[in-house]
Design a protein around this ligand. Structure first.
Ligand code: ADP
Ligand code: MG
Length: 255
Protein backbone atom coordinates (compact mmCIF):
# COMPACT_ATOMS: atom_id res chain seq x y z
CA UNK A 1 0.00 0.00 0.00
CA UNK A 2 1.40 3.34 -0.99
CA UNK A 3 1.55 6.12 1.57
CA UNK A 4 1.98 8.73 -1.10
CA UNK A 5 -1.15 7.89 -3.08
CA UNK A 6 -3.33 10.78 -4.23
CA UNK A 7 -6.43 8.61 -3.92
CA UNK A 8 -6.68 5.53 -1.79
CA UNK A 9 -10.10 3.91 -1.56
CA UNK A 10 -10.44 0.93 0.72
CA UNK A 11 -13.41 -1.43 0.67
CA UNK A 12 -15.90 1.30 -0.17
CA UNK A 13 -19.54 0.34 0.36
CA UNK A 14 -22.51 2.48 -0.54
CA UNK A 15 -26.20 1.67 -0.53
CA UNK A 16 -29.28 3.69 -1.35
CA UNK A 17 -31.91 2.16 0.89
CA UNK A 18 -31.85 -1.53 0.17
CA UNK A 19 -29.99 -1.07 -3.12
CA UNK A 20 -26.33 -1.91 -2.63
CA UNK A 21 -24.51 0.08 -5.27
CA UNK A 22 -20.85 -0.20 -4.21
CA UNK A 23 -19.86 -3.54 -2.77
CA UNK A 24 -16.30 -3.05 -1.66
CA UNK A 25 -14.38 -0.89 -4.11
CA UNK A 26 -10.61 -0.52 -3.76
CA UNK A 27 -8.53 1.87 -5.77
CA UNK A 28 -5.13 3.53 -5.61
CA UNK A 29 -4.23 6.45 -7.82
CA UNK A 30 -0.71 7.83 -7.53
CA UNK A 31 0.08 11.54 -7.95
CA UNK A 32 0.18 12.46 -11.62
CA UNK A 33 -1.66 9.35 -12.73
CA UNK A 34 -4.69 9.27 -14.98
CA UNK A 35 -7.09 6.54 -13.93
CA UNK A 36 -9.88 5.77 -16.38
CA UNK A 37 -13.03 4.07 -15.10
CA UNK A 38 -15.06 1.99 -17.51
CA UNK A 39 -18.20 0.02 -16.96
CA UNK A 40 -21.81 -0.44 -17.97
CA UNK A 41 -24.52 1.99 -16.97
CA UNK A 42 -25.64 1.47 -13.40
CA UNK A 43 -22.41 -0.20 -12.28
CA UNK A 44 -21.74 2.50 -9.67
CA UNK A 45 -19.14 4.64 -11.45
CA UNK A 46 -20.77 7.99 -10.69
CA UNK A 47 -21.56 6.96 -7.14
CA UNK A 48 -17.92 6.05 -6.59
CA UNK A 49 -16.69 9.39 -7.96
CA UNK A 50 -19.23 11.18 -5.76
CA UNK A 51 -17.94 9.27 -2.75
CA UNK A 52 -14.40 10.46 -3.45
CA UNK A 53 -15.38 14.07 -2.85
CA UNK A 54 -18.04 13.24 -0.27
CA UNK A 55 -21.05 14.20 -2.31
CA UNK A 56 -22.21 10.79 -1.07
CA UNK A 57 -21.52 9.36 2.36
CA UNK A 58 -20.00 5.91 2.54
CA UNK A 59 -21.71 3.13 4.46
CA UNK A 60 -18.38 1.45 5.07
CA UNK A 61 -14.79 1.73 3.97
CA UNK A 62 -12.47 4.68 3.71
CA UNK A 63 -11.23 7.08 1.10
CA UNK A 64 -8.07 9.11 1.51
CA UNK A 65 -7.19 11.97 -0.80
CA UNK A 66 -3.58 13.05 -0.52
CA UNK A 67 -3.44 11.34 2.85
CA UNK A 68 -6.57 13.04 4.24
CA UNK A 69 -9.43 10.81 5.29
CA UNK A 70 -12.45 12.16 3.44
CA UNK A 71 -15.46 13.12 5.52
CA UNK A 72 -14.20 11.73 8.80
CA UNK A 73 -11.69 12.17 11.56
CA UNK A 74 -10.15 9.18 13.23
CA UNK A 75 -9.92 9.43 16.98
CA UNK A 76 -9.38 6.65 19.48
CA UNK A 77 -9.85 4.06 16.76
CA UNK A 78 -13.28 5.50 15.90
CA UNK A 79 -14.48 7.52 12.95
CA UNK A 80 -16.18 10.82 13.62
CA UNK A 81 -17.96 12.70 10.89
CA UNK A 82 -16.42 15.99 9.94
CA UNK A 83 -18.51 19.13 10.15
CA UNK A 84 -20.01 20.45 6.94
CA UNK A 85 -17.47 23.26 6.89
CA UNK A 86 -14.57 20.84 7.20
CA UNK A 87 -15.93 18.67 4.40
CA UNK A 88 -16.33 21.76 2.23
CA UNK A 89 -12.69 22.55 2.95
CA UNK A 90 -11.61 19.09 1.77
CA UNK A 91 -13.75 19.37 -1.33
CA UNK A 92 -12.04 22.56 -2.43
CA UNK A 93 -8.93 20.68 -3.40
CA UNK A 94 -10.92 18.28 -5.58
CA UNK A 95 -12.25 19.51 -8.91
CA UNK A 96 -15.19 17.80 -10.53
CA UNK A 97 -16.51 17.96 -14.07
CA UNK A 98 -19.89 16.44 -14.88
CA UNK A 99 -21.60 15.28 -18.03
CA UNK A 100 -23.78 18.40 -17.82
CA UNK A 101 -21.72 21.52 -17.55
CA UNK A 102 -23.89 23.33 -14.98
CA UNK A 103 -22.53 26.78 -15.77
CA UNK A 104 -24.35 29.81 -14.40
CA UNK A 105 -26.34 30.99 -17.43
CA UNK A 106 -26.64 34.60 -16.28
CA UNK A 107 -22.89 35.04 -15.78
CA UNK A 108 -20.20 35.58 -18.38
CA UNK A 109 -17.66 32.88 -19.05
CA UNK A 110 -15.01 34.80 -17.09
CA UNK A 111 -17.34 35.32 -14.13
CA UNK A 112 -18.24 31.64 -14.14
CA UNK A 113 -14.57 30.76 -13.74
CA UNK A 114 -13.98 33.47 -11.12
CA UNK A 115 -17.04 32.68 -9.05
CA UNK A 116 -15.83 29.91 -6.76
CA UNK A 117 -12.39 31.33 -5.87
CA UNK A 118 -13.97 34.72 -5.13
CA UNK A 119 -16.96 33.43 -3.18
CA UNK A 120 -15.53 30.36 -1.45
CA UNK A 121 -11.94 31.31 -0.92
CA UNK A 122 -12.46 35.06 -0.80
CA UNK A 123 -9.35 35.53 -2.87
CA UNK A 124 -8.17 38.83 -4.28
CA UNK A 125 -10.36 39.61 -7.27
CA UNK A 126 -7.62 40.97 -9.48
CA UNK A 127 -5.50 37.88 -9.01
CA UNK A 128 -8.44 35.58 -9.60
CA UNK A 129 -9.34 37.44 -12.78
CA UNK A 130 -5.81 37.02 -14.12
CA UNK A 131 -5.79 33.34 -13.26
CA UNK A 132 -9.24 32.80 -14.77
CA UNK A 133 -8.23 34.54 -17.98
CA UNK A 134 -5.07 32.42 -18.19
CA UNK A 135 -7.08 29.24 -17.67
CA UNK A 136 -9.58 30.21 -20.34
CA UNK A 137 -6.68 30.87 -22.66
CA UNK A 138 -5.32 27.46 -21.83
CA UNK A 139 -8.59 25.75 -22.77
CA UNK A 140 -8.68 27.75 -26.01
CA UNK A 141 -11.38 30.21 -25.05
CA UNK A 142 -9.53 33.49 -24.64
CA UNK A 143 -11.87 35.06 -27.19
CA UNK A 144 -14.98 34.02 -25.26
CA UNK A 145 -14.36 35.56 -21.84
CA UNK A 146 -17.27 38.00 -22.20
CA UNK A 147 -19.69 35.54 -23.78
CA UNK A 148 -22.53 33.87 -21.92
CA UNK A 149 -22.78 30.08 -21.70
CA UNK A 150 -25.85 30.06 -23.96
CA UNK A 151 -23.76 31.56 -26.75
CA UNK A 152 -21.25 28.69 -26.67
CA UNK A 153 -21.25 25.21 -28.12
CA UNK A 154 -21.45 22.23 -25.77
CA UNK A 155 -17.74 21.56 -26.22
CA UNK A 156 -16.89 25.15 -25.38
CA UNK A 157 -19.13 25.06 -22.32
CA UNK A 158 -17.46 21.92 -21.10
CA UNK A 159 -14.06 23.54 -21.53
CA UNK A 160 -15.30 26.46 -19.42
CA UNK A 161 -16.43 23.94 -16.80
CA UNK A 162 -12.92 22.46 -16.76
CA UNK A 163 -11.36 25.92 -16.41
CA UNK A 164 -13.81 26.67 -13.62
CA UNK A 165 -12.76 23.55 -11.71
CA UNK A 166 -9.08 24.36 -12.25
CA UNK A 167 -9.55 27.88 -10.91
CA UNK A 168 -9.72 26.37 -7.41
CA UNK A 169 -6.23 24.92 -7.93
CA UNK A 170 -7.31 21.34 -7.21
CA UNK A 171 -4.78 18.61 -6.56
CA UNK A 172 -7.18 16.05 -8.02
CA UNK A 173 -9.67 16.25 -10.87
CA UNK A 174 -12.67 13.95 -11.20
CA UNK A 175 -14.44 13.69 -14.56
CA UNK A 176 -17.80 11.96 -14.87
CA UNK A 177 -18.44 11.16 -18.55
CA UNK A 178 -17.36 14.66 -19.57
CA UNK A 179 -17.99 14.07 -23.27
CA UNK A 180 -21.11 11.92 -23.16
CA UNK A 181 -23.54 14.79 -23.67
CA UNK A 182 -21.61 16.28 -26.58
CA UNK A 183 -22.18 16.02 -30.30
CA UNK A 184 -19.50 13.68 -31.69
CA UNK A 185 -17.64 16.45 -33.50
CA UNK A 186 -17.15 18.33 -30.21
CA UNK A 187 -15.74 15.44 -28.20
CA UNK A 188 -12.17 15.84 -29.46
CA UNK A 189 -11.70 19.41 -28.29
CA UNK A 190 -12.65 18.46 -24.73
CA UNK A 191 -10.46 15.35 -24.72
CA UNK A 192 -7.57 17.49 -26.01
CA UNK A 193 -7.90 19.80 -23.01
CA UNK A 194 -7.91 16.78 -20.72
CA UNK A 195 -4.84 15.35 -22.44
CA UNK A 196 -3.07 18.64 -21.93
CA UNK A 197 -3.94 18.56 -18.24
CA UNK A 198 -2.67 15.01 -17.95
CA UNK A 199 0.60 15.92 -19.66
CA UNK A 200 0.94 18.73 -17.18
CA UNK A 201 0.89 16.22 -14.34
CA UNK A 202 -2.65 16.59 -12.99
CA UNK A 203 -3.95 13.55 -11.15
CA UNK A 204 -7.23 12.55 -12.75
CA UNK A 205 -9.96 9.97 -12.30
CA UNK A 206 -11.99 9.85 -15.50
CA UNK A 207 -15.21 7.93 -16.01
CA UNK A 208 -15.45 7.63 -19.77
CA UNK A 209 -16.51 5.45 -22.66
CA UNK A 210 -13.76 6.93 -24.81
CA UNK A 211 -11.59 3.86 -25.19
CA UNK A 212 -9.09 5.74 -27.34
CA UNK A 213 -8.56 8.29 -24.60
CA UNK A 214 -8.17 5.57 -21.98
CA UNK A 215 -5.61 3.76 -24.12
CA UNK A 216 -3.64 6.84 -25.07
CA UNK A 217 -3.77 8.95 -21.90
CA UNK A 218 -4.64 6.56 -19.08
CA UNK A 219 -1.99 5.14 -16.78
CA UNK A 220 -4.48 2.79 -15.22
CA UNK A 221 -7.84 1.43 -16.23
CA UNK A 222 -10.43 -0.01 -13.93
CA UNK A 223 -13.46 -1.87 -15.16
CA UNK A 224 -16.46 -1.77 -12.82
CA UNK A 225 -19.55 -3.90 -12.96
CA UNK A 226 -22.20 -4.53 -10.33
CA UNK A 227 -20.54 -2.31 -7.75
CA UNK A 228 -17.14 -3.97 -7.76
CA UNK A 229 -13.87 -3.50 -9.65
CA UNK A 230 -13.90 -6.53 -11.91
CA UNK A 231 -10.53 -5.94 -13.48
CA UNK A 232 -7.78 -3.36 -13.56
CA UNK A 233 -4.43 -2.78 -15.12
CA UNK A 234 -2.54 -0.78 -17.73
CA UNK A 235 -5.18 0.39 -20.24
CA UNK A 236 -3.48 -1.11 -23.29
CA UNK A 237 -3.30 -4.51 -21.64
CA UNK A 238 -6.83 -4.54 -20.30
CA UNK A 239 -8.26 -3.33 -23.61
CA UNK A 240 -6.22 -5.66 -25.81
CA UNK A 241 -6.39 -8.65 -23.53
CA UNK A 242 -9.22 -8.53 -20.98
CA UNK A 243 -9.12 -11.42 -18.53
CA UNK A 244 -12.66 -11.38 -17.21
CA UNK A 245 -15.76 -12.38 -19.16
CA UNK A 246 -17.65 -9.25 -18.11
CA UNK A 247 -14.83 -7.02 -19.32
CA UNK A 248 -14.69 -8.89 -22.63
CA UNK A 249 -18.43 -8.56 -23.12
CA UNK A 250 -18.39 -4.83 -22.34
CA UNK A 251 -15.39 -4.06 -24.54
CA UNK A 252 -16.97 -6.11 -27.30
CA UNK A 253 -19.90 -3.69 -27.29
CA UNK A 254 -18.02 -0.40 -27.11
CA UNK A 255 -15.02 -1.11 -29.34
P1 ADP B 1 -23.14 4.56 -13.30
O1 ADP B 1 -22.56 5.91 -13.13
O2 ADP B 1 -22.13 3.48 -13.41
O3 ADP B 1 -24.11 4.50 -14.44
P2 ADP B 1 -24.50 5.15 -10.83
O4 ADP B 1 -23.45 5.25 -9.78
O5 ADP B 1 -25.06 6.41 -11.35
O6 ADP B 1 -23.98 4.20 -12.00
O7 ADP B 1 -25.72 4.32 -10.26
C1 ADP B 1 -25.58 3.02 -9.74
C2 ADP B 1 -26.92 2.60 -9.19
O8 ADP B 1 -27.26 3.40 -8.07
C3 ADP B 1 -28.07 2.71 -10.16
O9 ADP B 1 -28.93 1.62 -9.98
C4 ADP B 1 -28.74 4.00 -9.73
O10 ADP B 1 -30.10 3.98 -10.05
C5 ADP B 1 -28.51 4.00 -8.24
N1 ADP B 1 -28.47 5.34 -7.66
C6 ADP B 1 -27.55 6.28 -7.91
N2 ADP B 1 -27.77 7.38 -7.19
C7 ADP B 1 -28.86 7.13 -6.43
C8 ADP B 1 -29.59 7.88 -5.45
N3 ADP B 1 -29.24 9.12 -5.09
N4 ADP B 1 -30.68 7.28 -4.88
C9 ADP B 1 -31.03 6.03 -5.22
N5 ADP B 1 -30.37 5.27 -6.13
C10 ADP B 1 -29.31 5.81 -6.74
MG1 MG C 1 -22.72 7.65 -14.24
Amino acid sequence: MSETAMVRAQDVHKSFGSLEVLKGVDLVVEPGEVCCVLGPSGSGKSTFLRCINHLEKLNAGRIFVDGDLIGYRERGGKLHELKEKEVAEQRRSIGMVFQRFNLFPHMTVLDNVMEAPCRVKRENKGEVRERAAALLDRVGLAAKVDSYPGQLSGGQQQRVAIARALAMRPKLMLFDEPTSALDPELVGEVLDVMKDLARDGMTMVVVTHEIGFAREVGDKLIFMDGGVVVEQGPPREVIANPQQERTKAFLGKVL
